[in-house]
Ligand binder design. Structure first.
Ligand SMILES: Nc1ncnc2c1ncn2[C@@H]1O[C@H](COP(=O)(O)OP(=O)(O)O)[C@@H](O)[C@H]1O
Ligand SMILES: [Mg+2]
Length: 769
């Protein structure tokens, strides 16, 4: 009511009678969305109604005010399914409702002009995650006004204002709406089953193609970012028509979402197609977002990049990036800005080159697949892969790092030996210190994602408490272990990882100290800060509230006099506070101007005019306090963000520790040996080698038959393996390659002895072997 329709009459005339009738028949409900099959702009459909309407009641819209608000929001976010907060529910409208109903398996029905379906507020995260996992982009629209403050304002009779509060896709599931730390206990027990579990990595990959007409050469630029952890990977490389270089990188990054220009080349399009169809289930299919190709053009991308980095030192590093990389960075910044997640791109210190040819062994896409390094080839799962054999990590961040280690074996002898020494020390030492460190790593929440969600200022009080208390506990416990570490640990790598870490974690304590544990755990922001001395605004607001409360308490005297009830106290019934309860038998003395709030057979409950006024004031102040607290909370998170980079480094040290412990666990199982890795010899000598995965899959009873290998650069350089079908030829070839990969990761290998030279690359083509 009182809401004017925004329809432009000029367009109205172009709508045919027929369409209007269709709309009348109730079919319009699914048509208003821009995603409709006919591709008609949404306004046309909106206006069908307007026309029907102008013919009868000229000035009024047939859309409810809420519907008009939704139409406007939808127009700004055409490609997202909008979940709109309406009281205690979130509702979907129109075609969004039909899609949501289908994906979420809930009922949708026609309400006024649109199909609609709804989900309860406390289940929002479950449903948003489900929609996102099916590849949708979901927008959460929240009410931006609260009732008491609104009731006091000039716009008290209009609709609640609503705004898009966040957008989510597969790679951008960051924030308290989608990551509620369920109950703290659940996390300690290892997760809550209700929540769709996150894949270990969720990279957003942006690809640009640059064709050099003169040289007839394609250069591909690539930037991958993981908004939930803050990892950024860059690369720039020439590629051929089969796009095998790009494919290899996509396999390693394993993105959940890919950002491409709308005018992608046919060959890349084909690769993209094979990637997105690699998985049969919609849940783990890669999402593709196509953006305007103009965003990818160098000039416009460079514009975006320079204005984004204009105030910081990163400019130097950014300026040195190759132009194909800039062409990715620009659109990526623009895209992440829509999600308010662009902060992860701010600091160039988190930028990593994906390939530094000199430092890691080259493994092509085909080789990664054929050797089953990350996934098996039977059903694409991790079981049976090399990763499966080696991954005994205990933390989510350790698990992510292990995936990196397996697909990027080292080529630098010193780094390899450092890891080997660390693994050997863990394996052989019976020091209690190492044991205690290992047990500290179990049952940790995902600290890496946690601090990143704080950095984005999107974390809930529960999550913040969990993360900062874990960090500070870790810091303290590692600190007490420090003297023992100094005396007992000799591996250089272990020492460097462990000795600085406690100091880097200690800042978490000062944040934790300010918090009131109970309020933080229950998400109550108004009592969150136990000491208000640093928050003058909150202090003042609290005092105002106290004053009103005192006035209300003082008012009891007057009431007691009027009712001649000297011991009268206020009561609270179903959320209504400060009620004056009077027996119905004695209600004759109640002054006529008192407002009756509720009653039962025996009693009636009133507010005096003074109470009505003060209670209203109190509620406004309380809502105001909520807003103030929210603002202070965001500031607080911002301050924590200053420690983000140090803490991230500390957590990456812990991740490395976790991986080393994991490799030690592998080495512990029977018949593994520390391979001798040598820089100067070209050779692969393996005694009693076994295929790490088949060996493990067979278990103890079906002993894998060990094999020797003897290859030298200046001796026997080649082997030709022949034999009957199912004779073990493929397994043998893979076994040799896998042992070399493991050796260069710093791991022990399944053999009785091994001596391998450092390989720059491993190539494995298996065609029906
Ligand atoms: N050394 C071995 N000891 C025991 N079983 C093996 C060995 N090598 C391979 N196998 C098993 O034998 C089967 C055939 O191996 P595969 O390498 O595919 O043979 P081929 O390539 O010669 O046809 C596989 O199931 C594998 O697990
Ligand atoms: Mg074979």
């Amino acid at each position: 009511k009182g809401f004017t329709c925004g329809a432009e009459p000029s367009v109205v005339s172009s709508i045919t009678r027929e369409e209007t009738e269709m709309a009348d028949a109730g079919q319009e409900s699914s048509d208003w969305s821009p995603r409709c099959a006919t591709g008609q702009p949404e306004t046309t459909h909106r206006l069908q109604h307007a026309e029907r309407d102008t013919s009868s009641r000229r000035s009024k819209s047939i859309f409810t005010p809420l519907e008009q608000q939704v139409i406007q929001l939808k127009q700004q976010h055409k490609d997202a399914l909008l979940a709109v907060e309406c009281g205690y529910k979130y509702r979907f409208f129109g075609e969004d409702a039909e899609i949501a109903a289908k994906e979420l398996n809930i009922v949708c029905h026609l309400d006024h002009n649109f199909m609609t379906c709804s989900i309860p507020t406390h289940r929002l995260f479950v449903h948003v995650r489900r929609l996102v996992s099916h590849g949708h982009k979901v927008g959460v629209v929240k009410q931006t006004e609260t009732s008491a403050i609104k009731a006091s304002g000039a716009n008290r009779n209009t609709l609640f204002t609503r705004q898009l509060s966040a957008l989510y896709t597969k790679s951008t599931l960051v924030g308290e709406d989608v990551n509620p730390v369920c109950r703290l206990g659940d996390v300690e027990e290892g997760g809550c089953d209700d929540v769709v579990s996150d894949p270990p990595d969720s990279f957003l990959l942006c690809i640009s193609e640059n064709w050099d007409k003169l040289k007839k050469q394609l250069t591909v630029g690539l930037v991958a970012v993981q908004p939930s952890t803050g990892d950024v990977l860059l690369d720039c490389f020439p590629d051929g028509p089969s796009r095998s270089e790009l494919e290899c990188r996509v396999l390693k990054i394993n993105p959940v979402e890919i950002l491409v220009p709308s005018d992608l080349s046919e060959q890349t399009e084909r690769l993209l197609h094979s990637i997105t169809n690699a998985s049969a289930q919609a849940d783990d299919r890669v999402r593709v977002e196509r953006r305007d190709s103009a965003e990818f053009e160098f000039a416009s991308a460079m514009n975006t990049v320079t204005s984004f980095y204009c105030h910081i030192q990163a400019k130097g590093v950014v300026a040195s990036l190759e132009s194909p990389v800039i062409s990715c960075l620009g659109p990526l910044i623009q895209y992440l800005q829509e999600f308010n997640l662009e902060r992860v791109l701010r600091s160039e210190s988190s930028f990593r080159r994906l390939t530094c040819e000199s430092e890691i062994m080259t493994l092509s896409a085909g080789t990664l697949r054929n050797l089953e390094i990350l996934n098996n080839q039977t059903d694409g799962s991790v079981k049976g892969s090399l990763l499966w054999v080696l991954d005994h990590t205990r933390t989510p961040f350790g698990r992510r790092l292990m995936r990196k280690w397996v697909s990027q074996p080292l080529t630098d002898l010193q780094s390899i030996s450092e890891r080997q020494d660390a693994v050997q020390e863990i394996l052989e030492s019976d020091s209690l210190t190492l044991n205690s460190i290992r047990s500290l790593l179990s049952r940790l929440p995902d600290l890496e994602r946690g601090i990143c969600s704080i950095y984005h200022k999107k974390s809930s009080t529960q999550e913040f408490y969990l993360i900062s208390s874990s960090l500070s506990r870790l810091g303290l416990e590692l600190q007490t272990l420090q003297p023992a570490m100094r005396s007992q640990i000799s591996s250089g790598l272990l020492r460097s990882l462990l000795l600085d870490t406690p100091d880097q974690l200690i800042p978490a304590q000062s944040f934790l100290k300010v918090l009131n544990e109970k309020a933080a755990k229950s998400g109550n922001k108004t009592e969150l800060f136990s000491d208000l001395s640093g928050f003058p605004v909150l202090q003042e607001r609290m005092e105002q509230i106290q004053t009103v409360l005192r006035e209300i308490q003082d008012h009891r005297k007057d009431i007691r006099l009027i009712l001649k009830a000297p011991a009268l106290e206020y009561t609270t019934v179903s959320g209504q506070e400060f009620l004056i309860e009077v027996k119905n038998s004695g209600s004759s003395i109640v002054p006529p101007e008192w407002v009756k709030i509720s009653s039962t057979k025996a009693v009636s409950r009133y507010h005096s005019p003074f109470l009505v006024d003060r209670y209203k004031k109190l509620q406004q102040l309380r809502e105001q306090l909520m807003l103030d607290c929210q603002r202070e909370w965001t500031n607080f998170l911002d301050q924590f963000g200053e420690h983000y980079h140090t803490m991230k480094r500390a957590i990456s040290h812990l991740a490395t520790m976790d991986c080393l412990f994991s490799l030690a666990e592998v080495a512990k199982q029977g018949d593994y040996c520390r391979p001798e890795v040598c820089d100067n010899k070209h050779q692969i000598t393996i005694r009693d080698g076994r295929h790490p995965a088949i060996d493990l899959l067979m278990g103890e009873h079906n002993q894998y038959v060990p094999n020797h290998t003897e290859l030298q650069g200046d001796g026997r350089r080649t082997m030709i393996i022949t034999g009957p079908n199912m004779g073990g030829k493929s397994s043998y070839i893979r076994q040799v390659a896998l042992i070399c990969v493991m050796a260069q990761m710093g791991s022990y290998v399944p053999a009785s002895a091994a001596c391998v030279g450092i390989l720059d690359a491993t190539v494995c083509h298996l065609h029906c072997l």
